[in-house]
Design a protein around this ligand. Structure first.
Ligand SMILES: NC(=O)C1=CN([C@@H]2O[C@H](COP(=O)(O)OP(=O)(O)OC[C@H]3O[C@@H](n4cnc5c(N)ncnc54)[C@H](O)[C@@H]3O)[C@@H](O)[C@H]2O)C=CC1
Ligand SMILES: CC(=O)C(C)=O
Length: 238
């Protein structure tokens, strides 16, 4: 089993939802945490939540849409911790609209955040991991990259793109002892989905996704889960 204690994880979109639960679950394992987000106050409040664990933390204001932000974010994490063992590409946005009402501006925003963001982080972090001789990258895709829903063409397009990019990246990185985990959750109870149409208790919760990711990262380095689909057992309509 892989020991996580003392590792360094960089989690994008780590101040809320699934990202914050991943940060807490890794912190509980003794992993030092760097989180990113666009809002300083939300990041500060997330860092306060992590204060209960005996680890080092840092928060970086960083917009996935901004390549310079991402370069300085990775440089800051390296200055702070010297290494990056785990990158979780979690930050993402979902904006739904019927296809004929989907503007290029909306498509651009989603592509910048959900595709260029992870692309830029992997371009910055992979060379660091290659030099270290090891690393783990978790890419948060979606069931929307497996079965598209109506009114979600832009979001689905970004998640299909991320899955394809991640799969190809994974094949190039394996020889460098870098594992790439591609995660496809179905609906998870977070702000991203707005008012849920399902009974909240019957849905997957963000801490369930975090539990799956921690268990996968703990696998012996010789093995990894290439991709998975995480479903609610019996989601009940409201
Ligand atoms: N909630 C759900 O049902 C599902 C969510 N996902 C994916 O999980 C990931 C996390 O989403 P949730 O925790 O559900 O939502 P959330 O809205 O709670 O978290 C998204 C995080 O990404 C950050 N973010 C958004 N745009 C950003 C940008 N331009 N730069 C930096 N950070 C940015 C937000 O500030 C927030 O912290 C997303 O990639 C989402 O697509 C995948 C499948 C299902
Ligand atoms: C929000 C999302 O990615 C779903 C429901 O697959």
């Amino acid at each position: 089993m892989e020991q996580l204690k003392g590792k360094v994880a960089l989690i994008t979109g780590g101040s809320s939802g699934i990202g914050l639960e991943i940060a807490k679950a890794l912190a509980q394992e003794g992993v030092n945490i760097a989180i990113t987000g666009r809002n300083f106050d939300k990041l500060e409040s997330a860092i306060t939540t992590l204060d209960q664990y005996e680890i080092d933390t840092t928060a970086i204001v960083c917009d996935n849409k901004n390549a310079e932000d991402i370069k300085s974010c990775v440089a800051h994490v390296l200055e702070t911790f010297d290494h990056i063992d785990i990158l979780v590409n979690n930050a993402g946005v979902m904006k739904n609209a019927p296809f004929l009402e989907t503007s290029e501006a909306l498509l651009d925003e989603l592509i910048q955040t959900n595709v260029y963001g992870p692309f830029r982080f992997m371009q910055e972090v992979a060379p660091v991991m290659i030099k270290q001789g090891q690393g783990d990258i978790v890419n948060m895709s979606s069931m929307s990259a497996v079965n598209a829903n109506a009114n979600s063409s832009a979001y689905s397009a970004t998640k299909f793109a991320l899955s394809g990019m991640s799969d190809s990246f994974m094949r190039e990185m394996r020889p460098h002892n870098i594992r790439t985990f591609l995660i496809h959750p179905s609906a998870v109870l977070t702000d991203l989905i707005g008012e849920p149409s399902l009974e909240p208790e019957s849905m997957t919760h963000p801490e369930d996704i975090a539990e799956v990711i921690v268990s996968q990262l703990k696998l012996n380095r010789r093995t990894f889960v290439k991709q998975n689909q995480i479903w609610a057992t019996n989601p009940v309509k409201k």
